[in-house]
Design a protein around this ligand. Structure first.
Ligand SMILES: N[C@@H](CCC(=O)N[C@@H](CS)C(=O)NCC(=O)O)C(=O)O
Length: 220
């Protein structure tokens, strides 16, 4: 079987989610860059892989997938390496709950509401929409409170060991702590901050940093 191919971009949160799962499993793969934000829209070849024109998409032999959570589960189950899902039904359900919470409630305020408005738009010479930021801050805080509650005293989001919940969350947190208001919000949740720092120090996270992403703490 040939090595898997991941179609995505180094700036993409959802591409990084899959890259983290591949790296934590120790799976060699090829990243084929696809720019879905190109002026003409996603390339036609990519629309055949992903009918919604998003990234990532994934191929491994005959297996072709899109949707990061599904790809990450496939990577965990199809390859050798440390298991990235809990052994028990309750643990797997908790992991899936956190991944769903991140997709449904967290990604938009954390990434578009804070990172894009406060870092990305100014870097492009565009004005920050303060109303969007003002709305995103309490929405993000609610997500952090829910995650901290679900995490309890465990070192990882879904229990005692690293799971796909952690690899799903970490790229979003990398963008959250980039603008100062995001970092300040995260600092109010001590267990989540400790989790983030441990995640940021993992070789898989360091190897997949977003372009221009500031290093965390002392690892630079
Ligand atoms: N539900 C998708 C979300 C993927 C997604 O939104 N990817 C972003 C990049 S991180 C994208 O392709 N955005 C292009 C667009 O919004 O047009 C998944 O889980 O893979």
């Amino acid at each position: 079987m040939p090595s898997p191919v991941l179609y995505g971009a180094t700036y993409s949160v959802y591409t990084r989610i899959v890259r983290l799962a591949l790296a934590e499993k120790g799976v060699a793969y090829r990243l084929e860059e696809v720019d879905v934000f190109a002026p003409g829209g996603p390339p036609p070849a990519h629309l055949r892989r992903h009918p919604f024109g998003r990234i990532p998409a994934f191929e491994h032999g005959e297996v072709a997938l899109y949707e990061a959570g599904a790809i990450a589960r496939y990577v965990d189950e199809a390859f050798a390496g440390p298991p990235l899902q809990p052994d028990d039904a309750a643990g797997r359900a908790r992991m899936a709950q956190i991944m769903s919470l991140l997709d449904a409630y967290t990604f938009r305020p954390m990434v578009y509401g804070l990172y894009v408005e406060l870092i990305d738009r100014p870097a492009r010479g565009q004005a920050t929409d303060r109303a969007v930021v003002a709305q995103a801050l309490p929405q993000t805080e609610r997500c952090l409170a829910a995650l901290a509650d679900l995490m309890g005293a465990a070192p990882f989001l879904a229990g005692p060991r690293l799971t796909l919940a952690d690899t799903h969350a970490a790229p979003m947190f990398a963008l959250l702590r980039w603008p100062a208001p995001g970092a300040a919000l995260l600092a109010r949740f001590a267990p989540l901050l400790a989790w983030w720092r441990a995640m940021a120090a993992r070789p898989a996270m360091i190897a997949t940093r977003f372009p221009g992403e500031p290093a965390e703490g002392c690892d630079s």
